[in-house]
Design a binder for this molecule. Structure first.
Ligand SMILES: [Zn+2]
Length: 209
């Protein structure tokens, strides 16, 4: 079945082609699939997208994705709220959760410092992080920015910011290639990076817990 050329098909193909990793051919296949499945499948997709648009927001405490004021982690009584892991994006948080070792809570920056792109501290959720650190309940801050140059600079900035408020500042023990992204690590590598986390300013020091 060839579906190219129809304006309504073209519009959908053009929309889908904007997704990361989806080229025009894949978008055409998706449209063909939807047309073949019929109205119910399309209605289901529209409903899912409407819920996504209307319900998903950022957690007002940690800036993870949420459907309520607080995300499922911030509102959990089973998490250790004195152990705080700061990372760049919600996708990094999901990678940490998949690794399954971390029992604390998170703070999502919403990116990394990148002066050349105009991303300074004011563009990230850093003031909110400072407010969380200031109230003195955080016993350990784990800096889990990505092992890229910008992630490293961001980590250094956060360590300096946190030093007056938190006695124990650690970072993931990357046995990772520089330039890697948390999101794409396999679970056991990330598990090891967290288990072997070390003091931020003492590269050889190994945390006991
Ligand atoms: Zn949260």
């Amino acid at each position: 079945m060839s579906v190219t050329g129809l304006p309504s098909v073209e519009r959908t193909v053009a929309s889908l082609s904007r997704f990361p990793g989806i080229g025009r051919k894949s978008a055409q296949r998706m449209v063909q699939f939807l047309l073949k499945k019929g109205g119910a499948e399309i209605t289901n997709l529209i409903g899912a997208l409407e819920q996504l648009r209307d319900r998903v927001c950022l957690c007002e405490r940690c800036f993870n994705l949420a459907e309520d004021r607080l995300c499922w982690i911030c509102s959990s009584t089973k998490r250790n709220h004195q152990l705080l892991c700061v990372l760049e994006e919600p996708s990094d948080l999901l990678a940490m959760e998949r690794a399954g070792l971390f029992t604390g809570v998170y703070h999502v920056l919403g990116g990394r410092l990148s002066p050349l792109d105009g991303v300074g501290p004011g563009e990230l959720h850093i003031a909110a992080l400072e407010a969380r650190l200031r109230n003195g309940t955080i016993q350990e801050l784990i800096i889990a920015t990505n092992p890229t140059v910008e992630g490293e600079v961001t980590g250094q900035y956060l360590a300096a910011l946190a030093t007056p408020f938190v006695s124990h500042i650690t970072r993931l023990a990357y046995g990772l290639p520089m330039g890697g992204e948390l999101e794409y690590l396999d679970e056991s590598t990330l598990y090891q990076a967290l288990a072997g986390r070390r003091d931020f300013n003492g590269p050889l020091a190994h945390t006991a817990d």
